[in-house]
Design a protein around this ligand. Structure first.
Ligand SMILES: [Zn+2]
Ligand SMILES: [Zn+2]
Length: 402
């Protein structure tokens, strides 16, 4: 069967199975679980993948709610779809329950759908279809651990889509480090024996002052934002311990490394000035920026256009947030796409209002487009070796140092 006919078959299969994929969207939405605790959701997806004939590994890479499902042979390309299924805290009816306000239920359904559609066409191409379950995107970012464990070493290309406010195949994200600084001083009576104390809160304050001075001398894409999580116990005691946390971000990992070192130097300076002993650690995993591959983007765009997605964001806004799909994109060519719901006025992810749309007819309509376009783009890679080598070459050039 030629590529064009294969794509038409993929549309037909998706149309036939559409209710099954909507059910996945619905189940994950109705069982929201926080990052790292996605026990029901991960088991549900793994059970489904077993039913669809995939071989599953669960848990995966020593992470309870991570999994890998695969089907196919060693001969052709190995293509992965990156699933997410963690919810956000503070939503739900009583405000204290988790809710899928970022639409990760839709990511779970769309990646599962693309794998299943491809599996039904497997006899027409060589290669492996992989679904990788990656927990806690919103917090810890387990893709970092999965990358370190080698989960993506055999992957030739990876796909993921996210609901956003516009259609975009050229999404950017900031590399980010999450650092916690702890200063250990010495308690003393703040009025009667202040000279005996070592003030840990002063160290934190001086560190903030140093960072505020640093802001003038970093590139405009840098974001440094922090909070004090421990500032002492009582105003009449010289604070013995003080802790602050910072997110430090930049457009590229290489520049971020420089900035992060300067922030650490601010902490070291504060240690020297006050005598409060410094220790620091990463309190969440470091995220990398997304590597964008133009040859990959143009295939995805044309497959989206084929099914009626025509209005793409073409601007050049600077990146804003950070995501651990960036870490995956550093080790294998990754096509991360954002698609917009057809609603007016627009509602944004992480807003409470978005919960009305994460499992709606509008999200189902978009789900079918996501499945179709990811499946047809993957079909091109399975069927055209040159295309995949071109993408891999471009990726290698962009990550260069690896
Ligand atoms: Zn989110
Ligand atoms: Zn998200």
């Amino acid at each position: 069967m030629n590529l064009q006919n294969l794509k038409l078959r993929a549309y037909e299969i998706e149309n036939k199975l559409c209710k099954e994929f909507e059910e996945v969207n619905d189940y994950i939405f109705k069982n929201p679980e926080l990052g790292g605790q996605e026990y029901k959701s991960s088991k549900y997806i793994v059970d489904k993948m077993n039913e669809y004939g995939f071989k599953t590994t669960f848990p995966y890479c020593n992470i309870d709610t991570a999994f890998r499902a695969e089907l196919g042979d060693e001969e052709g390309p190995t293509i992965a779809f990156i699933s997410e299924y963690d919810a956000l805290p503070g939503y739900g009816e009583n405000n204290d329950e988790p809710g899928h306000a970022c639409g990760h239920n839709w990511i779970a359904a769309s990646t599962l759908g693309a794998c299943v559609v491809l599996s039904k066409l497997k006899k027409y191409f060589k290669g492996k279809i992989i679904l990788i379950g990656t927990p806690a995107e919103e917090t810890i970012g387990y893709k970092y651990n999965l990358v370190k464990s080698g989960a993506f070493d055999d992957i030739d290309a990876a796909f993921q889509m996210h609901i956003e406010s516009c259609n975009n195949v050229n999404c950017k994200s900031l590399a980010m480090d999450s650092l916690e600084f702890e200063f250990e001083g010495l308690a003393a009576h703040a009025a009667s024996h202040p000279h005996k104390g070592v003030n840990a809160l002063d160290a934190v304050n001086l560190m903030f002052a140093g960072i505020n001075a640093l802001r003038q001398h970093v590139k405009s894409d840098v974001r440094i934002h922090g909070i004090i999580t421990n500032g002492g116990q009582a105003a009449n005691i010289v604070p013995e311990k003080s802790i602050c946390q910072f997110y430090i971000r930049a457009s590229e990992r290489s520049y971020l490394e420089e900035v992060t070192q300067k922030v650490i130097n601010c902490a070291k300076g504060a240690e020297l000035m006050t005598g409060a002993k410094l220790s620091y650690r990463n309190f969440e995993n470091p995220f990398d920026n997304i590597i964008n591959i133009s040859s990959f983007q143009s295939i995805m765009k044309s497959n989206l256009q084929d099914i009626g997605v025509i209005d793409f964001y073409e601007g050049n806004n600077p990146p804003t947030g950070s995501t651990d799909i960036g870490n995956v994109s550093q080790v294998c060519p990754t096509m991360y796409t954002e698609l917009s719901l057809n609603i007016n006025p627009m509602v944004y992810v992480h807003e409470k209002e978005f919960l009305k749309f994460a499992n709606s007819n509008e999200s189902y309509e978009l789900l079918h487009k996501a499945i179709k376009s990811m499946a047809t783009t993957a079909l091109e890679l399975y069927c055209d070796k040159n295309l995949l080598s071109q993408i891999k070459e471009e990726h290698l050039m962009l990550v260069g140092y690896k």
